[in-house]
Design a protein. Structure first.
Length: 89
């Protein structure tokens, strides 16, 4: 993923794109929220990395079961608490 961030959204949100030309929006970042429409593992990994960089201690995941599962896995590997998903045995 290209690190092409810009404060080009409403309320100064940053938008991170998956390509250098800014054609494919990967996710948006605000002060307290990360939002995407993609369930790609690479995007989820990058989102959790941003949360960790911001020193967030916990996350709440929302979306499809697959998205929440991937978010839970990535966040737990990095030592973050996760709300919104409970793994099954």
């Amino acid at each position: 993923m290209t690190n092409e961030a810009g404060k080009d959204g409403p309320d100064g949100e940053a938008r991170l794109y998956a390509n250098e030309r800014g054609e494919y929006l990967a996710f948006k970042v605000t002060d307290d929220r990360l939002v995407t429409r993609l369930a790609a593992a690479e995007v989820i990994r990058d989102m959790v990395a941003v949360a960790q960089h911001r020193q967030w201690e916990s996350l709440e995941v929302r979306g499809s079961a697959e998205f929440r599962r991937e978010g839970w896995l990535e966040a737990r590997v990095r030592g973050l608490e996760v709300r919104g998903y409970q793994p099954r045995a």
